[in-house]
Design a protein around this ligand. Structure first.
Ligand code: NAG
Ligand code: NAG
Ligand code: NAG
Length: 265
């Protein structure tokens, strides 16, 4: 009797859940737009490590070789760092390989003043300068040059929670945010301490951090936060918010990496 009663409830729950997932998956996918693509570095991807988004070892951070630099109009003053794009070559039967790739924005492709017109990344050009191992998946040869592509924003699929690496010093706390699922970018980051041992009131309430460089966010003159448990609130470019409560224990150390909650889609 109780089992029979429970079944419809479960079925409804699953239907609603599937419906929501399908809806959010659709709304996360933009229309295809047009750009061009090249690669930089070699098949090792070493040259693509680091980058203007302020990540670091992209392999250790889970991005791997599936990364790209984008021109300024797409980079949008760091706002696109961490966003994921599906890219496919099009309109060139000689140079296009079939299929698509997904890449994460990890760097800026700047204009090159030595080239006529500022080169391929000069505004308002839309350009992807990706790792070679991604480029050769959509081009027929690494000799194919600048290839015409279609691209669209897609959800970033991540394993595990958002990662917070705490860097800096007591007077300048810097937090690198990576492994962000869903929208992938970070529009705002706030920090909150557990409040223990703080007379100043800093700590116990949410304080917005400032984008220092790429996905490195800073808060200054708050040594009270050392020795407190830390929580983070991440807001992505699509306005979604995820709170990771007490993600760092009271004895957190500079240099450590903590794993928080995650955006689902
Ligand atoms: C890439 O970096 C790794 C680790 O630093 C190194 O072992 C490898 O030789 C480098 N490869 C190239 C082609 O530079
Ligand atoms: C496709 O390529 C042709 C030949 O290069 C070009 O004239 C045309 O504008 C391209 N179409 C699009 C949609 O980019
Ligand atoms: C790229 O991402 C989209 C959206 O998440 C997905 O449908 C597609 O299968 C992915 N493509 C590859 C090559 O992983």
């Amino acid at each position: 009797m109780t089992k029979a009663m429970a079944m419809p409830g479960v079925a409804v729950y699953i239907l609603v859940w599937v419906g929501l997932v399908a809806l959010s998956a659709v709304t996360q996918q933009d229309e295809w737009d047009i750009a061009d693509a090249t690669f930089y570095g070699d098949m090792s991807g070493n040259a693509t490590m680091g980058g203007d988004c302020g990540y670091g070892d992209l392999f250790a951070q889970g991005y791997g070789l599936e990364n790209t630099a984008v021109s300024g109009v797409l980079f949008n003053d760091y706002e696109t760092c961490g966003a994921c794009f599906e890219v496919r070559c099009f309109n060139d039967s000689l140079r296009c390989a079939p299929g698509s790739i997904n890449v994460t924005v990890t760097s800026l492709c700047p204009p090159d003043p030595r080239l006529p017109g500022g080169g391929l990344c000069q505004p308002p050009r839309k350009h992807f300068d990706m790792s070679e191992s991604m480029y050769v998946k959509i081009a027929t040869s690494f000799h194919a040059g600048s290839i015409p592509i279609q691209f669209r924003r897609v959800s970033c699929v991540k394993t595990g929670g958002i990662k917070f690496q705490i860097k800096g010093n007591p007077w300048w706390i810097l937090v690198l945010v990576y492994n962000v699922g869903g929208s992938g970018d970070v529009a705002a980051l706030s920090i909150k301490g557990s409040g223990s041992g703080s007379e100043s009131g800093i700590g116990a309430s949410w304080t917005p951090m400032e984008r220092e460089w790429g996905q490195n966010w800073q808060i200054t003159k708050t040594p009270e936060l050392v020795g407190q448990r830390l929580s983070f609130q991440v807001t992505t470019g699509n306005g979604k918010v995820v709170v990771s409560d007490n993600v760092a224990p009271a004895d957190w150390q500079f240099g450590q990496i903590f794993e928080g909650a995650q955006f689902l889609y």
